[in-house]
Design a protein around this ligand. Structure first.
Ligand code: NAD
Length: 435
């Protein structure tokens, strides 16, 4: 029951990771399966479920750019707009060779569920260009982005569809997109994208937001199971944006972080790691093991006997191969789709609580919403206000999911999807179908 996608991304609405290589399922299949699964628990009109199986629109564009050597190359770009019943479409733009039309549709659906579980007034979308961004010079990437913005100009906008960074795109990409759009509109329009640098309308606290939301949800789930953070041991896989921010906050709040890792392996210290003394991926890439006295493998980290396990690196790391060996009592999904659906069932049988990505790492899109509010109101919020409001939104979403978890006796994942689908279905019912 994880959402699907392929490689990992570094960005806020990269909410879209995951493919299940060994337990294969496409993003679209996963998104639809999750839709049916949640619908089975709810008394909603089957016509609404039928409608939600399909995107509202898919835009496919060709993007010719001049390479630095003077040749012209043509790339294909997409924007899949799934559902906008609750507000403008929202979701990332990824630059990756494996971007496809179907993947964008599946990941766009995922954004619909994610925005709804957070009760944000947005629907879901996803887009991208099938290109290897590492093979582009910065100038080529800029030309590609500006031309893509031009091709999408009629279908994006602060009240229509608001892209954000995803795999292979970053705040600079969003700044170019915003500039290209604004030049054509004849006015500066920061609200057309989120995830921009703060100097052009980006929000304070956006970069840390997914990790912060993971930490907040970990705190809330511990509270729910009467577990004091001071008596809680935590292992975190991945020490990038999500993993390092989550680990450091939980460390500050009193938890004992016994293991952190990067692609090279894991640092293990049962007495507790001083997380601030270990550089994150952004501060010094892949340096975790250099700072470790005891190194263990990433596989060993996943099966440590800890209270909370936070997979925050990649999709599909908890699979049918290792699910039986997971010893943590609680798994909080920091990465997108770290648990395959088969593994999810095994963990449920073992009564290991899994708090889903759709809720736990939703701080990214939530602070994107704050960024959009700041942009359209021409005001900027302090970091304290961003963090306070994020806390409020995460707690509200948690409370809604907790109510379904308790009243329906389902998993945390199912509870989150039930919250999302009920809100979307109710909005569809209330608005009705244009004849
Ligand atoms: P990042 O690039 O900042 O960091 C990734 C970390 O994972 C690095 O420490 C890297 O060394 C480690 N890693 C890479 N391959 C690994 C492997 N095989 N085994 C163990 N560790 C490995 O990425 P991030 O932004 O922190 O994203 C992590 C996950 O969270 C992804 O699934 C991403 O889609 C998801 N996510 C990110 C955001 C965001 O805004 N950053 C938002 C929502 C979800």
């Amino acid at each position: 029951m994880t959402m699907a996608s392929k490689p990992t991304s570094n960005h806020e609405e990269s909410d879209s990771e995951v493919s299940h290589p060994s337990e294969s399922e496409s993003a679209l299949e996963t998104a639809r399966r999750q839709l049916y699964h949640a619908a089975n628990h709810l008394d909603i009109d089957s016509n609404i479920v039928e409608r939600l199986k399909y995107p509202k629109k898919i835009h496919e564009v060709t993007i010719p750019i001049e390479r630095d050597d003077g040749t012209v190359e043509v790339f294909t770009g997409y924007r899949a707009q799934h559902d906008s019943v609750r507000g403008p479409f929202k979701g990332g733009l990824r630059y990756h060779p494996e971007v496809t039309r179907d993947e964008c549709v599946g990941l766009g659906m995922w954004m619909t569920w994610k925005c709804a579980v957070m009760n944000l007034p947005f629907g879901g979308a996803k887009g991208g260009i099938a290109v290897n961004p590492k093979a582009l010079s910065p100038n080529e990437k800029e030309r590609l982005t500006r031309r893509f913005a031009q091709e999408l100009r009629d279908v994006i906008g602060p009240t229509q569809d608001i892209p954000a960074p995803d795999m292979g795109t970053d705040p600079q990409t969003m700044a170019w997109l915003m500039d290209a759009y604004s030049m054509q509109e004849g006015e500066t329009t920061p609200g057309v994208v989120t995830g921009k640098p703060p100097v052009v309308g980006g929000s304070e606290g956006r970069e840390e937001a997914p990790g912060r939301s993971v930490a907040i949800i970990t705190r809330l789930v511990c509270e729910y199971y009467d577990r004091q953070l001071e008596e809680t041991t935590v292992a975190v896989q991945g020490y990038g944006s999500v993993g390092s921010n989550a680990a450091r906050l939980l460390d500050e709040w009193g938890a004992t972080i016994v293991a952190i890792s990067d692609v090279n392996g894991a640092m293990y210290d049962p007495t507790g790691i001083d997380t601030h003394s270990v550089p994150s991926h952004d501060e010094k890439p892949e340096a975790v093991t250099e700072y470790a006295d005891t190194v263990i493998s990433n596989d060993e980290l996943l099966t440590l006997d800890v209270d909370v396990l936070i997979p925050a690196a990649l999709g599909n790391v908890i699979t049918k191969e290792n699910a039986d060996a997971i010893a943590a009592e609680i798994v909080v999904e920091g990465a997108n789709g770290p648990t395959t659906s088969t593994a999810d069932a095994i963990l449920a049988e073992q009564e290991i609580e899994v708090v889903p990505d759709i809720l736990a790492n939703a701080g990214g899109v939530t602070v994107s919403y704050f960024e959009w509010l700041q942009d359209i109101n021409r005001r900027s919020w302090s970091l304290k206000r961003v963090n306070d409001e994020l806390e409020t939104e995460m707690r509200a979403a948690w409370n809604a999911v907790q109510a379904e978890f308790e009243s329906r006796d389902v998993t945390w994942r199912d509870a989150a999807y039930i919250v999302a689908l009920s809100r979307i279905a109710e909005a569809h019912e209330t608005r009705g179908l244009w004849p």
